[in-house]
Design a protein around this ligand. Sequence first.
Ligand SMILES: *Cc1c(COP(=O)(O)O)cnc(C)c1O
Length: 376
Amino acid sequence: MSTISAARVPESLAGAVAAFTVQRNDAPVPEAERLAALATPKFGTVFTDHMVRIGWSVDAGWHDRRVVKYGPLLLDPASAVLHYGQEIFEGLKAYQHADGSVWSFRPEANAARFAASARRLALPVLAAEDFLGALVALVRTDVDWIPTGDETSLYLRPFMYASEKFLGVRPSLEAEFLVIASPVGPYFGGAVAPVSIWVAQDYHRASQGGTGAAKCGGNYAASLLPQQEAYDHGCEQVCFLDAATSTAIEELGGMNVFVVHADGSVSTPELTGSILEGVTRSSIIALLTDAGHEVRERQILLADLLAGIADGSVAEVFACGTAAVVTPIGRLKGTDFDLTVADGAAGAVTTSVRAELTDIQYGRAADRHGWLRRLV
Ligand SMILES: *Cc1c(COP(=O)(O)O)cnc(C)c1O
């Protein structure tokens, strides 16, 4: 058992990181196997040697901050999460720069969103210092797991679930916070190819007053059947409309949406309470604004989007999120339409904003907004 030396840790987080004890895995993945996994990382399939755990109970508060061997959890069959879905998560990445330093991108935004999600799901709020300290503690322990190939990173998955053994319906009096990590390459594998989108007409992912603005597993559970429907119609992803009127574009199952108009202006659906506020979304709004584009957060009616694609006033459509960064949308399909966006290829604005964002994340361009935080 040891604690993490504070020497190479960001000054302000040294205390938060030191709060974690480290119990090293005595049977780590053999080096040859690890190097093979790092050479061709597939999204979310291989996990590092360690994970972070913090326990919570209403009486003891947050306790037992620790880095331990990665492995299965012991869950009581009556654990609240298994019955009522009281669970939230986050997703962010650690990027290795050319000089060997390791950075994350706007992790405070993920910490803040995790706290907001916790409030909505009646889970305890984890302090930002604990959230950030956990990331540093894990990445420092598993620093040999960061891939260095083109557009690779260590994907970090913090999550929290209701662990109380109790079948009654009320907020759990116990919870567990964990962080696991997985070396990843490009989300959709290989080149940045445009995806086709199925616009769901019969299903919604979220509604006013629901949990759409929280990053919780339940939203994803609701999106899986329509996602299956998208596959059945030959599409790769599903786009959801607002639940009240089924007329306005909201977002994909796990990515926000942008529309680039032929006049250079850009639109993205406004945050109505049922859309997840992406860190990538807000970063792209800033980068496009810097580049001189007028960016409007507004209601985007499906009918207007389809008309714009048909008459050429819509030049590009793309989706964005941490995992896939920026993905061009080449085709939009629904029960009574099937349209190709422009020539169906990745557009110039989509391509350049993607390059700009990844250049900042990988340390190839100046971080003029101060978005990067050093982990190692
Ligand atoms: C996580 C997520 C996003 C993207 O958020 P980022 O912070 O950019 O990764 C978009 N929509 C949904 C539903 C999500 O869960």
